[in-house]
Design a protein around this ligand. Structure first.
Ligand SMILES: *Cc1c(COP(=O)(O)O)cnc(C)c1O
Length: 398
């Protein structure tokens, strides 16, 4: 597939999502990116094959390494994040594991936060120490503690913002600067924000990653991961991934490409709906507290306002009366799936006590600031009046 050289760098994010990596036409004039389900790629002569194999000529050899469909997904995300390069993975966790194992070796140190995504947290607490990697997890919003630990020296600073489930926001610019002054690589998990709402690379990060399973795909029907950033780092990561084999499949890449085209439409709608739903819940007599960085009452509101272009589609809220009332409300909702995950066109809702923090004890949840009556909601693209009405009738059952 030849690429028509169209410069999309200065265009809007909606335009980039539709056209980047796919301005060409394909097989017999098809306008849509073909799903190339070919494991291997053949050459008519050995010289050309050899040139491709040693990277002298563009082309594909074997789909564990590169694939024409997967390439288009990577190109779209590269352009959306404003990166030099990008590489994709079978899941978000595959991306995160590969990053940490590519850039950390025995006796290296990584500094991160206590509120990382559950799977990431398991990597930090259970697996990395087994490889002799020193892990330091700080209180998520204690920027002074993070700076102190970064200054002691570390190879990687791993950040995530906003966090799950109480949407804590970190001052990325400040932490990136300290990390760079001390020679560390900065990785940011941008899954909750999406490139529509936050651009970590513009704030100085070296690598930005997404669970493409969430907002990027947007329809809860495809899993994937994507990492964008400096070419030198992506090359190393890609080399490791070729061997670990955590490759994104062409079929899935095609679903992600389709999902991406509506990313901006979906996320702008979800930003607006999450704000409306948060404001509605904030004044509801049965609600104890609402956690959404768009609300002035949220402890991270001022950083979020400065750092983000929108506040995102995920928020959480706690009910008075604790978990018993959580069950009553959730069991009575009609227009939401009671399910894990986030970032889909349909509203997803669930209590962290049952989903992300099911393995934590009540005491551990308390330390992370997670009330027992907390509910996390990832609002979809439905008409918000309908969702508010559904919430209203479910809350009235309490
Ligand atoms: C879901 C998620 C991940 C993991 O992604 P998978 O695609 O499920 O492997 C990582 N980070 C965040 C913030 C997530 O929400």
């Amino acid at each position: 597939m030849s690429k028509k050289e169209t410069n999309l760098e200065n265009l809007g994010i909606g335009t980039k999502a539709v056209w980047s990596g796919s301005t060409d036409t394909y097989y017999k004039g098809s306008t849509q990116v073909p799903i190339v389900n070919s494991v291997t790629f053949a050459y008519k002569d050995v010289d050309t094959w050899f040139d491709v194999a040693i990277g002298k000529k563009e082309g594909h050899i074997y789909s564990r390494n590169t694939n024409p469909t997967t390439d288009v997904f990577e190109e779209k995300m590269r352009v959306l994040e404003g990166a030099e390069a990008a590489t994709s993975f079978s899941t978000g966790m595959a991306g995160i594991s590969n990053i940490l194992l590519t850039f950390l070796s025995p006796n290296d140190r990584v500094v991160s936060i206590k509120d990382t995504y559950g799977g990431t947290s398991v990597l930090f607490l259970e697996f990395l120490p087994r490889f002799g990697i020193d892990v330091e997890l700080c209180e998520t919003t204690d920027h002074d503690a993070l700076e102190r630990e970064i200054k002691k020296g570390c190879k990687v600073v791993y950040l995530e913002s906003p966090t799950n489930p109480t949407l804590k926001v970190m001052d990325l610019k400040r932490l990136i600067k300290v990390a760079h002054d001390h020679g560390a690589i900065v990785v940011v998990d941008n899954t909750f924000a999406t490139p529509v709402n936050q651009k970590p690379l513009h704030l100085g990060a070296d690598l930005v990653l997404h669970s493409a399973t969430k907002f990027i795909g947007g329809h809860s029907d495809a899993m994937g991961g994507i990492v964008c950033g400096k070419k030198e780092l992506i090359d190393k990561l890609f080399h490791f991934r070729e061997i670990t084999g955590a490759t994104l499949h062409a079929n899935t890449a095609s679903l992600l490409i389709r999902g991406l085209k509506t990313l901006e439409l979906r996320v702008l709608r979800q930003n607006e709906s999450a704000m409306k739903l948060s404001l509605y819940l904030q004044t509801h007599p049965k609600v104890e507290e609402v956690f959404y960085p768009g609300l002035e009452s949220h402890p991270s509101h001022s950083i979020a306002k400065e750092q983000m272009l929108g506040f995102g589609g995920v928020f959480s809220f706690s009910l008075k009366g604790g978990f018993e009332n959580v069950k009553i409300m959730l069991n009575n909702l009609k227009l939401a799936h009671l399910a894990a995950s986030l970032g889909s066109v349909g509203t997803l809702i669930g209590p962290p006590k049952v989903t992300s923090h099911v393995e934590a004890t009540e005491e551990e949840r308390k330390q992370l600031g997670i009330p027992e009556g907390l509910i996390r909601c990832s609002v979809g693209i439905e008409n918000i009046e309908d969702i508010i009405e559904d919430f209203e009738q479910a809350l009235s059952k309490i």
